[in-house]
Design a protein around this ligand. Structure first.
Ligand code: ADE
Ligand code: ZN
Ligand code: ZN
Length: 262
């Protein structure tokens, strides 16, 4: 996601934290964040160049046209190093944060919190769990209305920004309010299922990645070819998927942090 997608997910998540988790998050955030997790939700994108090792942790790619995800097959970087993908990173930063409050905290748990909060968002972007050959739509040139872009960027940014302009007076807070209202009304009955992780697991990125590649096949890639012109039809039919994934990302980030610190 771009900055507004990540901001939305972290803002939704922070409002759903238990008291214990909210206190831990406040203690781990740097003073500059002023207790606002959303303000640092895109930090992991800004450090990709400083922390070169971290760029493969934002996504994973699956075999072209299979529309399935398997951790052991797909969670690797471009050199084939196992576990270096968004699902592996979510598991890793969750394990690090579980040492919070114990004496042997060897990790930088502030960075672990910022990575986990960001990557929980990215795993909910369908094209961050896309096909290998097109790099999650990064090599598919399209037009978004009149502008040249790539399919991946349409899903990271363009659909969200167009929705803000057309429906929310360019105000991201109003879009967040609308998504939060949906969480407590339309989607209220399914929200407990989103939160479930199962067994004694703390984080469930494999569930989210499997949903992601299905959504990428059914919605992101569907009907799109090189040089497609994407406009109202695509915008209006895909926006509900995006708001749904932003909502799930926020609810699940909160549920995961509540399990970690609870
Ligand atoms: N680079 C390569 N594949 C990618 C993907 N699916 N998402 C983001 N960046 C990528
Ligand atoms: Zn992206
Ligand atoms: Zn990212």
């Amino acid at each position: 996601w771009g900055t507004d997608g990540h901001f939305t997910i972290c803002r939704i998540a922070q409002s759903r934290l238990s008291d214990v988790a909210a206190d831990a998050v406040k203690e781990l955030l740097p003073a500059s964040a002023d207790d606002d997790l959303a303000s640092l939700c895109s930090w992991a994108d800004r450090v990709k160049f400083r922390y070169h090792w971290s760029s493969p942790l934002h996504f994973l790619n699956t075999p072209d046209d299979l529309c399935t995800y398997q951790y052991t097959r797909d969670c690797k970087d471009e050199d084939g190093v196992k576990g270096r993908c968004v699902a592996g990173a979510i598991n890793n930063y969750t394990s690090q944060l579980l040492t919070y409050g114990s004496s042997q905290a060897d990790y930088n748990l502030t960075e672990a919190l910022l990575f986990l909060s960001h990557l929980m968002g990215d795993v909910h972007q369908p094209l961050h769990v896309g096909f290998t050959t097109d790099k999650g739509g990064n090599t598919i040139d399209v037009k978004w209305y009149n502008r040249k872009t790539v399919l991946h960027h349409v899903w990271d940014t363009n659909i969200i920004e167009t929705a803000e302009e057309q429906f929310y007076d360019s105000n991201v807070d109003d879009m967040i309010d609308a998504i939060e209202k949906n969480i407590t009304t339309e989607w209220a009955d399914q929200v407990p299922k989103w939160e479930i992780c199962g067994g004694n697991k703390t984080a469930c990125p494999d569930i989210y990645a499997s949903e992601g590649i299905k959504a990428a096949c059914d919605w992101s890639y569907k009907g799109v070819r090189e040089d497609s012109v994407l406009e109202d039809d695509y915008f209006l039919s895909r926006l509900p998927i995006i708001t749904f994934r932003l909502a799930q990302g926020g609810v699940r980030l909160a549920a995961t942090l509540n399990r970690i610190f609870g």
